[in-house]
Design a protein around this ligand. Structure first.
Ligand SMILES: [Zn+2]
Length: 254
């Protein structure tokens, strides 16, 4: 299974529009971060987790040929705003499966009402096939099982996912002990770490490192990174062995 980091930035991306912060002006490509998403593919299967505002650009850069499903973590715009751009996939493949919590589906229905329209649908609009994700109910993606991991993003319950020995958790602030138990024995963990300073709805670097020490995966990649985290090259130097900052267009094999 391969995991392509389509975007590794926080909600505004890096560079932030109009910012003169040194990280936003960096010429290191690893300091340029689109909104957070991953493309997971194996055999003939192809899934993305989240579908943010940079989705079109990410699909072009990664040359992703098809999508068997979009698996959502939560409804915030940096994770959902790209849904309209599934059109090229929809035209070739038909209805695109979306996997999400019921609350996220309801939010998508409000934001993208025309996608869910059943009568008098605009001819160019895409359609989706909705699969509701419920905690403690693993579901099939291709020939693999995805296990939902329920976490808290501030006070909002959201999902991360485990697929085989890979897990992806973004926008995390709190993970209950019973959910941590679902994350034992990982070869690769991806988890969000926003910046150094504390934040009310995201792990900062210190909290992410404490969490990683508890879960003890073989390797961890940090994502959903703000420009306030600092330069990629500098932050990497202070990370423990086997913990890395992800960067856009990094592809790893699980
Ligand atoms: Zn986010």
């Amino acid at each position: 299974m391969k995991v392509w980091f389509l975007g590794t930035g926080t909600s505004q991306g890096i560079p932030v529009i109009g910012s003169t912060h040194p990280v936003c002006l960096s010429t290191d490509m690893r300091d340029k971060r689109l909104r957070v998403s991953v493309w997971i593919h194996w055999a003939n299967y192809s899934y993305v987790i989240d579908c943010g505002p940079d989705f079109r650009q990410q699909m072009l850069t990664s040359k992703c040929p098809k999508i068997d499903g979009i698996i959502y973590t939560h409804e915030h715009a940096d994770h959902t705003a790209g849904l309209d751009d599934i059109r090229p996939f929809f035209f070739r493949q038909g209805d695109i499966p979306i996997f999400a919590h019921k609350r996220v589906i309801d939010s998508l229905k409000k934001r993208f009402d025309y996608v869910f329209e059943e009568e008098n649908k605009y001819p160019g609009a895409p359609s989706v096939k909705v699969i509701e994700v419920v905690n403690n109910q693993p579901f099939l993606i291709g020939d693999k099982t995805a296990i939902p991991i329920s976490t808290l993003h501030g006070r909002l319950p959201i999902f991360g996912y485990r697929i085989d020995d890979f897990a992806y958790l973004t926008d995390v602030k709190t993970v209950a002990p019973e959910e941590r138990e679902k994350l034992r024995g990982l070869s690769v963990l991806v988890v969000s770490a926003l910046r150094h300073e504390p934040h009310n709805s995201h792990f900062n670097l210190e909290e992410a490192l404490e969490f990683i020490a508890d879960i003890a995966p073989e390797k961890t990649y940090l994502t959903h990174i703000s420009h306030m985290m600092g330069f990629h090259a500098e932050v990497e130097k202070i990370l423990p062995k086997n913990v890395f900052l992800a960067y856009d267009n990094l592809e790893i094999t699980i």
